[in-house]
Design a protein around this ligand. Structure first.
Ligand SMILES: [Zn+2]
Length: 386
C-alpha cells in the first residue's frame, strides 16, 4: 500500500516536472517572438524613453551668453571620480526580478568598461543610493538627467524601466537610461542634427500604441530642438545610444532616413568619445591641500583638479574658491578607497564663490574635486581651506 502510494507520488512529480518544462518552453517561445517583434524595424512601434521635465536652473540676470553656454554644457554632469551608488527596488509595484536587475548591472559595467573616471556600486538601501531604480511596468522608461537625481527625495525613483528588458533591445534601453543619469540628452534633439520632421506624422505615431503620448510629451522628447549650448560636441551621431529608432515616414530630411532610422546596437564610437571627454580615467595626480595655503587653479573650461585633505585637528573647516570663476566643488570622505559624498557647492552663473563649511575629523582622509566651467577674468582663481 505504502509502495503504491510512493509510486503514485513519483508519477505525479514526473508529470509536474514535464508540465513545468513545457511552460518554460512556451514562455521562451513567447519571449523569442516578442524580441523578433522588437527587432522587426518599422512595422511595430517601439516604446520610447520619456524624460521627466525639470525647471531650468536660474542664472544671474544679464549673464554673458558665452559664459552661459559653458555653464549649460556642464551643469548636469558629475565631477569626475564620483562613485554613483545604485539601488534596485525589489518589492511591490516598483520591484524588479533578478534577471531584470542583471541587465541593468551589465549596462553599468559596459559604461564603466569604456574607460571612465566615474564608478558605480550597488547598495542595499535607497537612502544610501544616488540612483534609485524601479521596474514599474506601464510607467515608461525614464531617468532624471545627471545631477538632477540629487534633487529627488530619497524614497523616490530616479530611473524606471517600464517594459521587460529582453535581448539587445533591453540592453540598449538600460544603456540609454544610464546615459541620461551620466548627464547625456536625447540625440535626436541635437540642434546640429538638422532633422526635418513630418511633425504631424510624429505626433500621430507616438499618440498610438505602445507609447500613447500626449502632444506635449512628443514635443518635449523628440521635436523640441535643444539649446546648442547644452549639446556635447557639434556633430549629430545617428548611431548614438541616446538616439531613438524611428519608423518610416517620420523624418523628411536627411533623405537617407525617410524609410526609418535604426541606430546600431550598443554604445557608438562617438558615445565612447563623449563620455571619456567629460569623465576621463583618473590619473594619480592628487596634491595635498593644507590649511591657509592658497592653491592656484590653472584650468581650462570643463577641466578638473583634485586635492587630498588630511586634517591635523577635528574641527569645522571652510573651503572656498577665490577670484572670478564658475566652479563646482565636491568634497568626499575617503574610506578605504570608497568615496562618500560629504558636501558640495556650485557657484556657476552667480557673482559669488563656491564655499563649503564642514566638520572634518583628524586621522580621516578627504578628497576635494573641483571642476571649472569658465574663468571670467584674465587673472587666475584659487582655492583655500582654513
Ligand atoms: Zn531617453
Amino acid at each position: 500500500m505504502a509502495d503504491s502510494k510512493k509510486k503514485g507520488d513519483i508519477k505525479l512529480a514526473d508529470q509536474l516536472k514535464r508540465i513545468l518544462q513545457r511552460l518554460d518552453a512556451i514562455e521562451e517561445q513567447i519571449q523569442r517572438n516578442q524580441t523578433d517583434d522588437d527587432e522587426s524595424n518599422g512595422t511595430v512601434a517601439k516604446q520610447c524613453c520619456c524624460l521627466p521635465t525639470v525647471p531650468e536652473r536660474v542664472l544671474e540676470a544679464g549673464i554673458d551668453p558665452g559664459r552661459e553656454s559653458l555653464i549649460r554644457s556642464i551643469e548636469k554632469k558629475w565631477v569626475n571620480g564620483t562613485e554613483l551608488k545604485y539601488y534596485f527596488f525589489t518589492e511591490g509595484d516598483w520591484g524588479g526580478s533578478s534577471s531584470q536587475q542583471k541587465v541593468v548591472k551589465d549596462a553599468f559595467r559596459t559604461w564603466k568598461n569604456v574607460g571612465i573616471g566615474l564608478s558605480f556600486k550597488q547598495v542595499n538601501q535607497p537612502d544610501l543610493a544616488d540612483i534609485r531604480i524601479g521596474f514599474k511596468q506601464g510607467d515608461g522608461s525614464w531617468s532624471y538627467l545627471g545631477r538632477d537625481i540629487w534633487n529627488r527625495p530619497v524614497n523616490e525613483r530616479t530611473m524606471n524601466f517600464g517594459w521587460p528588458l529582453r535581448g539587445q533591445d533591453g540592453q540598449d534601453t538600460a544603456l540609454h537610461e544610464i546615459g541620461h543619469t551620466l548627464g547625456f540628452n536625447h540625440e535626436q534633439q541635437n540642434p546640429f542634427a538638422g532633422i526635418q520632421w513630418d511633425e504631424e506624422a510624429v505626433y500621430q505615431y507616438f499618440a498610438g500604441p505602445p507609447n500613447y503620448w500626449p502632444r506635449n510629451q512628443t514635443y518635449h522628447n523628440i521635436l523640441k530642438t535643444l539649446d546648442p549650448n547644452t549639446v556635447d560636441g557639434s556633430d549629430w551621431d545617428p548611431n548614438s545610444i541616446m538616439q531613438y529608432a524611428f519608423g518610416a515616414g517620420l523624418i523628411l530630411f536627411p533623405e537617407e532616413f525617410r524609410n526609418g532610422l535604426n541606430p546600431e546596437p550598443g554604445l557608438s564610437e562617438i558615445d565612447k568619445q563623449r563620455v571619456r571627454l567629460f569623465y576621463p580615467e583618473l590619473e594619480d595626480d592628487e596634491q595635498e591641500l593644507k590649511p591657509f595655503e592658497s592653491r592656484r587653479l590653472t584650468l581650462g573650461p570643463a577641466e578638473q583638479t583634485n586635492f587630498v585633505i588630511r586634517p591635523a585637528s577635528t574641527r569645522r573647516y571652510s573651503i572656498q574658491t577665490f577670484g572670478i570663476s564658475d566652479t563646482v566643488m565636491v568634497l568626499f570622505e575617503d574610506t578605504d578607497g570608497t568615496l562618500e559624498h560629504l558636501a558640495a557647492d556650485d557657484d556657476s552663473g552667480w557673482s559669488r564663490n563656491a564655499r563649503i563649511s564642514v566638520r572634518l575629523v583628524r586621522g580621516r582622509n578627504y578628497v576635494l574635486r573641483l571642476r571649472l566651467y569658465s574663468s571670467r577674468a584674465s587673472g587666475d582663481s584659487a582655492v583655500m581651506i582654513w
